[in-house]
Write a protein that binds this ligand. Structure first.
Ligand SMILES: Nc1ncnc2c1ncn2[C@@H]1O[C@H](COP(=O)(O)OP(=O)(O)OP(=O)(O)O)[C@@H](O)[C@H]1O
Ligand SMILES: [Mg+2]
Length: 331
């Protein structure tokens, strides 16, 4: 697909079943045009990872994913020498190596002879590329997803900065390898720790919040089309109501989708009290949150629950997610 204007991004993502806000489409457009990485931050389950997947599909590029975690280091992110394969080759080539060394008169001479051959063992044949090197050496343009960068250590972040600024890496035994095509890079973060200013400076910044009522309803319609329209509206309204409450963990879009699927499986006709009470744990994963929600429902305090459900035309509710902005972080 050709990306000429922001609208093209929105349409391209929509074709991949991804509902993009204007903010999302703009940042993705700029990421493409400026060739800068995009840092996507926001609460869990709001479609950060999905955005990278959808964009790769929309542009027909291969997605290379680096999942970050505590203790992630260069050997898992960049490359590793395949020791087992090196050992195996040494074993199989033992006779050849003996031929080579048999006339050496001293240990030093033998070691020198061996050293002259070590290029064989430190060549691309024995190099195991990890996601970052794969993205740099890919013969075609790719999308590189560096997922949950906040889980990696600060030292890894510093190392990543280097890679992201020149798109080249140095393997001491082989020399410097530069990217054939600069990859499109998306980084995601759940903000479990503050990222460095240096990293932020190199990236375009995108905050993805919980979707608005209309956007979330559109996502449910796309992903769970079998769910009855009225029920979909009530479900989304209910979830949006829950996000207004002070919960340990607000339900995310993933939970809304799981819930929508559960309601469909249960053949529910409407969100009556019994259905709500029995399925609430699909949405809320902390017992205290479940109890809180139940109490609110009994008081008629959660939008969409049977006591005050008036269906969902969506008017006036569309800013609910925004009102909760940044109040919804995992606590
Ligand atoms: N705008 C959207 N359009 C379509 N689907 C969406 C959208 N936002 C979220 N989803 C759906 O919500 C689910 C969760 O998305 P995803 O895994 O990308 O969340 P995340 O932000 O990466 O969460 P985490 O921080 O837990 O990794 C996916 O099934 C995804 O398809
Ligand atoms: Mg994710």
């Amino acid at each position: 697909m050709e990306v000429k204007k922001i609208e093209d991004v929105k349409v391209g993502l929509a074709k991949q079943n991804y509902i993009a806000t204007d903010e999302i489409s703009t940042v993705v457009f700029l990421m493409e045009k400026l060739g800068k990485p995009a840092l996507v931050e926001g609460p869990a389950g709001v479609g950060k990872t999905e955005l990278a997947k959808a964009w790769a599909k929309a542009t027909g590029k291969r997605l290379i994913r680096l999942q970050c975690y505590e203790g992630l280091d260069e050997s898992k992110a960049l490359y590793e020498w395949e020791y087992a394969k090196q050992m195996l080759y040494t074993q199989l080539l033992r006779d050849k190596l003996q031929d080579l060394l048999h006339d050496a008169s001293s240990l030093v001479e033998a070691a020198d002879k061996l050293a002259a051959e070590e290029d064989v063992f430190f060549s691309e044949r024995f190099l195991l590329p990890r996601p970052l090197l794969s993205a740099i050496t890919a013969p075609e343009p790719v999308v590189l997803l560096i997922d949950e960068i906040d889980r990696a250590d600060a030292e890894f972040e510093a190392f990543l900065l280097e890679v992201l600024s020149d798109f080249q890496v140095t393997v001491p035994e082989l020399g410097t390898i530069s990217a054939v095509h600069q990859p499109i890079v998306l980084l995601t973060s759940n903000n479990t720790r503050e990222l460095s200013e240096a990293l932020k400076r190199r990236c375009l910044y995108l905050f993805t919040d919980y979707p608005t009522y209309n956007a979330e309803l559109a996502i449910v319609r796309l992903k769970v089309p079998e769910l009855k329209e009225k029920l979909a509206q009530q479900a989304v309204e209910f979830v949006q109501g829950l996000r207004q409450m002070d919960l340990k963990k607000s339900p995310s879009v993933s939970e809304t989708l799981d819930w929508a699927k559960a309601l469909m499986m249960l053949n529910a006709d409407q969100l009556d009290e019994k259905t709500l009470e029995t399925t609430l744990t699909v949405l809320l994963k902390h017992e205290s949150d479940v109890q809180k929600a139940k109490r609110a429902m009994r008081r008629g305090g959660v939008a969409g629950s049977s006591s005050n459900s008036g269906g969902g035309e969506g008017r006036g509710r569309d800013d609910s997610a925004q009102r909760r902005r940044s109040g919804g972080w995992d606590r």
